[in-house]
Design a protein around this ligand. Structure first.
Ligand code: RUB
Length: 316
């Protein structure tokens, strides 16, 4: 590990890696705050050394988890204005960008929630997968509008993020039915919307989210249940406009099965992909803080927000 990287940044990187900090928006927020700390604590001798430190910190954070594009989007946003010739000037740039980023993230989620809530009617039941703060913002806003919402929550093996969703929904006063993942199709008849978040949205409108989302969406389409993706624009993947694909994280097989049980089974190969890709034809609406979009038109918003190209501040 690069010894210019502040211990606080390393700690954040470890917590993202081990999923104590998880979920695309939360990861982005933590990364921006970590860069802020690197900037405020830096005793770099000159502006060039300062920029080198910040780039090293960004690289450390970037290398934790590959799929949530909110992470590189956050790093890029915070480091975009470090061009000052003095350490103090560059430090101020990073601190202001980080503060602005975190404030915008919070505001975007609240605005997105209002848009998503308009799609939910009083008395509706939603089905969720994994734990998404963007998706929950829609439910929270709907509840604040006085609507009664109920939820069928998939537990989301192997990490059971559905448990977090169940707890948050309970705190909002939403009655929850918790189901195993394989029961989803059985209960789709009882729900009015599938509501999920996203780790990345590609230029063609494909949605990258927790493994199991695509199967859920296909089943929901078959049952005629609308599929709504809550994804603030931080989740738009600029690289996909120029043909890059989204890297799907493969996680440790120990999350699926322990060594002893594995040996009893004759040591079969175990695969543990963390995310999958839902093609745009299975998505009814992508809800952002800029309004809702059919997935096929999301590229228009991407061009407006990112232009055609991006540079990566952690690449020297
Ligand atoms: C989390 C996940 C969430 C998205 C969106 O996966 O797939 O649906 O990250 O979350 P993991 P949010 O638990 O592996 O990080 O809306 O909070 O950004």
């Amino acid at each position: 590990m690069d010894d210019r990287v502040h211990p606080e940044v390393r700690r954040t990187a470890t917590e993202i890696d081990t999923m104590e900090i998880r979920g695309a928006a939360t990861i982005a927020d933590a990364a921006a705050r970590a860069l802020r700390t690197q900037a405020t604590e830096s005793d770099a001798a000159d502006a060039e050394a300062f920029r080198g430190e910040l780039r090293a910190a960004a690289r450390t954070l970037y290398e934790t988890r590959p799929t949530a594009v909110s992470l590189p989007n956050a790093l890029r946003y915070v480091l975009r204005g470090m061009s000052s010739t003095t350490v103090e000037g560059a430090r101020q740039n990073v601190v202001e960008s980080a503060d602005e980023f975190c404030a915008r993230l919070e505001r975007a989620q609240a605005d997105l929630g209002e848009v998503g809530a308009n799609r939910l009617r009083d008395g509706d039941t939603i089905m969720t997968h994994c734990h998404s703060t963007d998706a929950l913002a829609c439910v929270e806003a709907a509840v604040e509008q006085g609507k009664h919402i109920e939820a069928v929550v998939k537990e989301t093996r192997p990490r059971n993020q559905g448990h977090i969703t169940a707890k948050r929904l309970d705190e909002l006063g939403v009655p929850v039915t918790l189901i195993v993942d394989s029961a989803a199709r059985r209960y789709l008849n009882d729900v009015d919307h599938v509501l999920v978040g996203a780790d990345a949205v590609a230029a063609d409108g494909s949605v990258i989210n927790k493994i199991g989302t695509s199967g859920l969406a296909v089943n929901a389409r078959d049952r005629g249940t609308p599929i709504m993706v809550a994804a603030q624009t931080l989740k738009l993947h600029p690289g996909t406009m120029t043909g890059h694909t989204v890297d799907i994280e493969m996680r440790d097989t120990a999350e699926v099965i322990d060594d002893e049980t594995l040996a009893e089974l004759g040591n079969p190969t175990v695969k543990n992909p963390a995310f999958d890709v839902t093609p745009p034809r299975y998505v009814d609406a992508i809800v952002t803080e800029r309004g809702q979009f059919p997935p096929e038109s999301i590229v228009i918003l991407m061009r407006e927000l990112f232009g055609e190209g991006t540079s990566e501040p952690w690449v020297e």
